[in-house]
Design a protein around this ligand. Structure first.
Ligand SMILES: NC(=O)c1ccc[n+]([C@@H]2O[C@H](COP(=O)([O-])OP(=O)(O)OC[C@H]3O[C@@H](n4cnc5c(N)ncnc54)[C@H](O)[C@@H]3O)[C@@H](O)[C@H]2O)c1
Ligand SMILES: [Fe+2]
Length: 407
């Protein structure tokens, strides 16, 4: 088969303990006026005060929007942009969890191109480059610091919506694992499980081949040699350290592994895309108001089981990256052992093992399946196709906790 690869990434990814101190240096390449998007938690920290004073020392004026809310309500972006427009920023710096990074990407979009956020929902609707964005994550999960996606909640829509465009990729990502040391265990688990789901869904995504027009029309284009490389790195790092970081948040080496894993997973899924576990989370999250990472991770083992007939050898490779050794049973047996290992890991970090535990009502199973089936860009990316009956079977199996029922 022809070797095919595509990957879209920031111009600079800087990773390592203490990298946050380089922010002012990086920012000075992009102008003298920076809009800082963060949330109330981070705005009150000494680390934030230090970053602001370093920017001031580098003669960079700042305007702080410090009220970013989880899941980025649509109208809060308009408020941020309204407040910041008169300041005429040269760049936008997002510091915080995925919500703050997505807020920064959306603010840069509206400051550059005007209009309303809803004008850009979907793929490839952003007409051109935006103000440069510098992304400084404080969680290890979403990968938003490197992805072409911003996810927001719109009061007029039941499901969360995305703006997906290569123009949304941050110009620079500055990843300092010290910033994640304050994450409580539950946040470490939820965001880390989201990252592992990104890596596994990207690695097991459909392989579409070498159609040269594909990356010009779609943001998520399936797996390829380069995204595989990042996905396997992410799986290896998260496999060896997510549980450690969950059990002991002061373990700096584990924190670094998990943050690198989350970023590498973002490098993979930002081009390869995610698939059915993410598709089901959208309606589940809308109904149960549970965190994104909880929903995708709850679904992941069921989706992997459903995908066995189409992707056993890829799932077995996931197992090898997790450190499992192949036995005598070939890829099928290793793939099954891999699913068991993911279930063990998620149980160890207290991820629910079935959708009923997330509060999904039994009479919403079919609705959830139908909504998930409608998320074309994710469903088409799954290695094994779905029809309505298969999707309902999958959601029912995940509701009941019946892994064998996901067939
Ligand atoms: N753009 C993408 O590619 C992408 C991918 C996946 C998910 N998302 C989106 O990202 C959002 C979730 O982001 P998230 O999971 O990073 O959480 P978040 O940004 O929503 O933050 C959740 C909570 O954690 C707190 N927090 C953040 N960092 C902390 C730290 N170091 N110590 C203590 N508390 C901290 C925040 O203040 C907040 O209260 C969702 O809206 C999701 O849909 C985006
Ligand atoms: Fe995710």
């Amino acid at each position: 088969m022809t070797l095919f690869a595509a990957v879209r990434l920031p111009r600079e990814i800087l990773f390592g303990k203490g990298q946050r101190h380089i922010l002012a240096n990086v920012a000075s390449k992009y102008g003298r006026r920076a809009l800082l998007c963060t949330d109330e938690r981070f705005a009150a920290t000494a680390a934030f005060a230090e970053m602001r004073s370093a920017l001031a020392s580098a003669s960079i004026e700042t305007f702080v929007y410090g009220r970013t809310l989880p899941d980025v309500p649509r109208d809060s972006v308009a408020v941020c942009v309204e407040q910041a427009r008169g300041f005429k920023p040269d760049m936008v710096i997002g510091i915080g969890g995925g919500s703050c990074l997505d807020m920064a990407k959306c603010a840069a979009l509206l400051l550059s191109h005007g209009g309303r956020l809803q004008d850009y929902y979907g793929e490839f609707k952003v007409p051109g480059p935006t103000l440069p964005v510098i992304a400084v994550p404080t969680t290890a999960g979403t990968g938003s610091e490197v992805t072409p996606v911003a996810v927001i909640s719109d009061p007029d829509r039941t499901l969360k919506v995305g703006v997906s465009s290569p123009h949304l990729i941050a110009t620079a990502a500055i990843c300092d694992p010290d910033l994640t040391m304050t994450c409580p265990a539950s946040l470490t688990a939820i965001t880390g499980a989201d990252a592992l789901t990104h890596a596994i869904e990207a690695f097991t995504a459909i392989k579409r081949g070498a159609d040269p027009t594909l990356p010009q029309h779609h943001v998520f284009i399936g797996k390829s040699a380069l995204t595989d490389h990042f996905a396997l790195l992410a799986i290896k790092l998260l496999g060896r350290s997510l549980e450690k970081a969950y059990r002991d948040g002061s373990n700096a080496d584990a924190r670094a592994d998990v943050m690198m894993g989350a970023m590498a997973a973002g490098c993979a899924f930002g081009t390869a895309g995610t698939a059915a576990a993410h598709a089901v989370q959208y309606p589940v999250g809308a109904l149960t108001h549970t965190a994104h990472g909880l929903g995708v991770a709850t679904m992941l083992p069921y989706v992997m089981h459903y995908n066995l007939p189409a992707a056993a050898s890829e799932i077995a490779e996931v197992g090898a990256a997790l450190g499992l050794t192949p036995g005598d049973g070939g890829p099928q047996a290793l793939a099954r052992a891999t699913i068991a290992e993911i279930r063990r890991l998620f149980l160890a970090i207290e991820i629910p093992s079935k959708l009923s535990q997330l509060g999904l009502a039994e009479d919403k199973i079919d609705w959830t399946a139908d909504q998930a089936l409608g998320i074309d860009r994710l469903i088409k990316n799954n290695p094994r196709p779905f029809d309505g009956a298969a999707k309902r079977r999958l959601v029912k199996a995940a509701y009941d906790g019946d892994i064998a029922g996901a067939n």
